[in-house]
Write a protein that binds this ligand. Structure first.
Ligand code: PLP
Length: 416
């Protein structure tokens, strides 16, 4: 395992023992490695350095302020899908000219906030949205850069819930509708069509779809340039694959080659929007075994972490490695690792093998840096977990554990 190493049978992230973190901060606890996040950003920037490329981190993967600061300090921009994400990026000091606003359902308030900040671009997804951004730009006397999100209908063989580049999904314009979208854009001198974008989905573990999408965007952009639309950038979205099971995935150099080669010699700035790839491996979820129980068919480890901290197993049947923080010698036994939430889908891992394990033991769940905390919820009135950042032997608390009262602080007890 890359992130967690064992010394004397005990698990460490960088130079800090996970057991000590559990004892100090309680569980469930998110633990991130500063070095791992910085290294990911570094490799991305290096791998994409052959052709001018703006790397925009997709905040939805993990938007903890301290993590954002780390990532933006490395020189990355941001891909945001809500006003909240935009505000967080700005709050940690990211210049707005490095912010791309994506998403099919931007509200009027969100668009106005983006206009006022003069962000890099709005990736637009429907004719009604173009009309609204156009009208608001006129009203705000703003010159607004937009890009058309193209739905290239490329099947990427990932989990159907995270495939976004197919006609049956809600995303983007099919190529056949570009012409009518251009006509609408032409009604608004305030709108500058600066780019084309697409996002094929997540967990794309082969480079073919990127090459195909890049070729198509280059082709469409060349065409638009000939028609007098000076396209400046092509945004290929995110989706670089991470192997939670330890299987081989394409290297960044391979993704970069597939995306950049079709644009070679062309005047386009390229944009990529990785989220998962940057943070997935950098974080683990630390939890404690509350109870062990067995029935004639199954053994269970019931942990204090659940689908409210990590919903990916319940949502996508996603696999995450799970290991004991202290490894004891002895025969292996097979367990389902489950949480306390009252749903059968509240499991973290099924049929996992552990050596001798007792209640009170700490377990770590790997690859939780992306779509872990950011998808956390209060279901079952569970307070959100604390988060810490490890840097060598230093530990910084980067999110307080919520109190129970925090969970209902916005509720109003009606007097009838
Ligand atoms: C989700 C998303 C991303 C990031 O996807 P990852 O798989 O985390 O890299 C990038 N761009 C857009 C438009 C997205 O919706």
């Amino acid at each position: 395992m890359g992130l967690v190493t064992y010394k004397g049978g005990n698990a460490y992230v960088e130079s800090v023992s996970l057991q000590s973190l559990g004892e100090r901060f309680g569980t469930p606890l998110y633990v991130y490695s500063r070095k791992k996040i910085q290294d990911s950003c570094d490799s991305l920037l290096k791998s994409f350095s052959k052709h001018p490329t703006l790397v925009c981190y997709a905040l939805k993967a993990n938007s903890n302020l301290s993590i954002l600061k780390l990532i933006f300090d490395q020189g990355l921009g941001a891909d945001v899908v809500s006003h909240g994400e935009m505000k967080k990026a700005q709050h940690v000091g990211l210049p707005s000219e490095r912010i791309i606003f994506s998403g099919v359902g931007k509200t009027r308030e969100e668009i106005i906030a983006g206009l006022h900040s003069n962000i890099f671009s709005f990736n637009v997804e429907s004719v009604e949205e173009i009309n609204l951004i156009g009208e608001l730009s006129r009203q705000e006397k703003s010159k607004t850069r937009i890009s058309l999100r193209i739905n290239p209908n490329i099947n990427v063989r990932t989990n159907p819930y995270i495939a976004t580049g197919l006609y049956k999904t809600k995303f983007g314009f099919p190529e056949s509708q570009i012409k009518s979208a251009l006509a609408v854009i032409n009604n608004f001198p305030e709108l500058h069509l600066a780019g084309l974008s697409c996002h094929l989905g997540s967990q794309i573990k082969n480079t073919g779809p990127y090459r195909e999408a890049s070729k198509r965007l280059v082709h469409v952009a060349d065409d638009l340039r000939n028609q007098g639309f000076p396209i400046e950038f092509l945004d290929l979205g995110g989706g670089f694959g991470v192997s939670y099971e330890g299987k081989k995935t394409p290297s960044l150099a391979e993704y970069a080659k597939a995306i950049q080669e079709p644009a070679k010699g062309r005047p386009y700035l390229l944009v990529v929007e990785p989220g998962r790839w940057i943070v997935a491996e950098s974080g683990i979820l630390l939890s404690k075994v509350l109870y062990k129980k067995s029935n004639p068919h199954k053994n269970f480890l019931i942990t204090d972490a659940s689908m409210t901290e990590l919903i990916r197993p319940a949502l996508y049947e996603a696999y995450h490695p799970i290991e004991a923080c202290k490894k004891r010698k002895g025969p292996l036994r097979t367990y389902d690792v489950v949480g306390p939430v009252c749903e059968t889908s509240d499991f973290l891992g099924l049929k996992r093998k552990f050596g001798p394990t007792e209640s009170g033991d700490y377990l770590w769940i790997g690859f939780c840096g992306a779509y872990g905390s950011s998808m956390g919820s209060h279901y079952n009135v569970r307070p959100r977990a604390a988060e810490v950042l490890v840097d060598g032997n230093r530990v910084t608390l980067i999110r307080n554990r919520e109190s129970t009262e925090d969970v209902w602080k916005n509720e109003i007890l009606s007097e009838y």
